[in-house]
Design a protein around this ligand. Structure first.
Ligand code: GLA
Length: 388
């Protein structure tokens, strides 16, 4: 019998920790189909979970200590007592796990000591939310073992708090909600103002299409600073327009007229037009109008490139080349400045597209991209692992 990744995580836990885990939990990476840089403006997003997952094997301890091991960081065992967990004090990859008992305790739970082993299969730095996958798998494990309950959405907010408050990244809620709540075969429409969610069918294969991720292999050094700068620009614009968030505005033309000719005008035009594109994309998907979805993805990319200015040369080459190879639409996905693009492309065009995109990267002098076909997968859950 071939071991699946959950069994592997359980066995590695047993051999490194010296006893079997009480369970294995997993959570998915995500691709955002459309709705970029809208979440921290309380707008709409439409992500889906991808097949790549992060696995967490865990067992309670009878003291107040947390230990964290990772298959991706062999030989390292990070130990901390619950009492010393504090934002800024624990850093590096293990902070994404150590922040979990801290965030749960802030929400009134009483997690005890725990041993955790992580096996991450979501590519790191590819803009596919490996950090959200780790947080969501770890929240699922720690919350289940502490008996603290919580529905998927409230667990997603705990995971977001790990990233936002403990690790200190000024992100929106999209990635954690996607990783925790998404269902197979569907994208997830999230209204980030009231956190209402709706599953939207996303059966590309059923329509003879493929969802193709083009990973540029680039992670931009400046990405964090640029992300924070975009966020601040939106908050400043909202203040100038007399609203608490850009979500309060729905008349794009009126808002941009009031902002004059500068950068703020373009930033706001992106956010408001992107909100409208998300809702139009949901309609297109519900009507099986894949061509319409593709056009909206193209418009989204142009807006992110020209108005929001978060694309990169590699992302633009990825989008242009996959489109020339027959994609119905393509766009950068995630925060930008590197990471990945997502395309919707006829299945029969896939082999030639792989060659064409690779050739376009080579011609531009860029390192070879990694192309992955993905499908809409399931969010975080407890894994059924057979005892041996
Ligand atoms: C990153 C953040 C998300 C979101 C996207 C841009 O992935 O973590 O919250 O803001 O960028 O849409």
């Amino acid at each position: 019998m071939v071991n699946g990744p959950a069994e592997v995580a359980a066995e590695l836990f047993a051999s490194h920790v010296g006893r079997p885990p009480e369970g294995v939990w997993s959570a998915a990476g995500r691709v955002n189909l459309i709705g970029e840089h809208t979440d921290y403006n309380l707008g709409w997003v439409l992500p889906f979970a991808i097949p790549a997952r992060t696995y967490v094997a865990a067992a309670r301890r009878d003291d107040q200590v947390v230990t964290v091991r990772s298959v991706q960081h062999p030989g390292e065992v990070v130990r901390a007592s619950l009492a010393e967990l504090q934002p800024g004090r624990q850093r590096g990859w293990s902070a994404y796990v150590l922040g979990v008992p801290w965030a749960l305790a802030r929400r009134g739970a009483r997690p005890g000591g725990i041993d955790v082993l992580v096996d991450g299969h979501v590519p790191v730095g590819a803009g596919l939310s490996s950090s959200a996958a780790l947080e969501c798998a770890a929240v699922s494990a720690v919350a289940d073992l502490a008996g603290s309950g919580g529905d998927p959405l409230s667990r997603a907010l705990t995971a977001w708090s790990v990233e936002h408050d403990f690790v200190g990244v000024p992100c929106g809620v999209m990635d954690q909600v996607a990783s925790m709540v998404c269902t197979a075969g569907h994208a997830l429409l999230v209204d980030t103002r009231d956190l209402a969610t709706a599953a939207v069918p996303l059966d590309a294969a059923g329509a003879g299409l493929a969802l193709l991720v083009v990973d540029t292999g680039v992670t931009h050094d400046n990405a964090d600073g640029q992300y924070a700068a975009r966020r601040t620009a939106c908050e400043d614009a909202a203040r100038a327009l007399g609203v608490s968030s850009l979500r309060e505005l729905d008349d794009v033309d009126d808002a941009v007229r009031r902002l004059g000719d500068g950068e703020a005008r373009r930033r706001v035009r992106h956010v408001l037009s992107e909100n409208a594109r998300v809702l139009a994309a949901v309609d297109a998907l519900r009507q099986g109008d894949w061509g319409g979805l593709g056009r909206l993805m193209d418009e989204s990319h142009a807006s992110l490139r020209d108005d929001y200015e978060v694309s990169s040369p590699e992302l633009d080459v990825a989008v242009d080349s996959v489109r020339r190879a027959g994609a119905l639409g393509a766009r950068m996905t995630g925060g930008g400045f590197g990471g990945s693009a997502i395309a919707v492309i006829p299945e029969e065009a896939l082999p030639a597209a792989r060659v064409a995109v690779g050739a376009a990267f080579e011609a531009a002098g860029f390192a070879a991209p990694v192309l992955r076909r993905v499908e809409a997968s399931t969010g975080a859950h407890h894994e059924a692992v057979e005892a041996r």
